[in-house]
Design a protein around this ligand. Sequence first.
Ligand code: SF4
Length: 385
Amino acid sequence: MIPLADALGLYIHWPYCARICPYCDFNVYRPKGQEDALLEAILADMSHWRTRTGARPLTSLHFGGGTPSLMTGAQIERLVSHAESLWGLEAEAEIGLEANPNNVDHYADFIAAGINRLSVGVQSLDDAALKQLGRDHDGALARRAIERAMAVCECVSIDMIYARAGQTAKSWEDELREILAFGAGHISPYQLTIEARTAFGRRAARGEQLDSPEELAADLYELTHEICEAAGLATYEISNHARSPADQSRHNRLYWEGGDWIGVGPGAHGRIGSASETGRLACEARAHPKAYLDAVAASGHGLANTEALSAADERAERILMGLRLSEGLDLQVLQRKTGLTLDLAAFERLSSQGLVERVAGRIRLLPAGRIFADRISGELVPDAA
Ligand code: SF4
């Protein structure tokens, strides 16, 4: 198995959603009948990327969005087959898809198409909370979606949103315990964040309280950690918990460990290379589906921007991402990829404050440091200290 820091992943962004949730700031659109054209454009973009990356087997292939479960099994099968024919897939490659509960009747088709990991976007089991979040499914469908996913797929993850307005520690604990009782190997509880350019952002600007107060949100985060750990799902990343290393998301770990990934589809981001090779490129595809379609038609690829990161920028990004992992940032990989190290004086200072520690060649956050992850990452970057 290729170490994730040296591996290659592929991210496919399917930007369409049946309904746009009021808290969502992803690159999403209502379908406008361009789905078949977009599928062809993504296939062409993948072929373009193969000429840039050369022959390297894919460690992971991830369908995100938007709502990739709006695709048919046949569409997904074409994308998986094309990826396999272009790059090949590692023997244990993870092929994941973010699945909306509304598409529950198609989960088996996705497995038949090659998907081996389903992340079910349940968000909550509570009807009132789902309504408050603007979701178009209820608690009964959320439960059915989890059961169906677990019946057809060995590797299931459940996405939840907490720190919602009106939520108490007790109500979150009950909800989380019910989710854990399904027995899935992975859970991703995300704290609700209010982004300015969303419907929730506009409502919050008018004074509406849509999320939990900061102090309660911090308590709910700690509670989540404790309940998941007690249920046997270890926290391996700030918002991700897994029963075993095999249950962890390989695709997301590839991001956190600083591997390479290609992003295709509207607005998809990618990272290729490192300062110690030919430099690390940050790539971004055109965001609007129409602009993406036009770009692929005109030039064979959907890229809007490619930026060559400096070694210092790459280091800052690797520190930020690596510290998200409970195992922490691999110092040897940082040195090998960028030729740089972190601010050792800052590390000693943060260590003496009980915020970070060094274990087996890795720097990791201690429990007291978790809530300050972004500030600590910044301080460990020499120029920002
Ligand atoms: S379904 Fe997911 S991606 Fe689509 S709008 Fe809602 S939160 Fe965003």
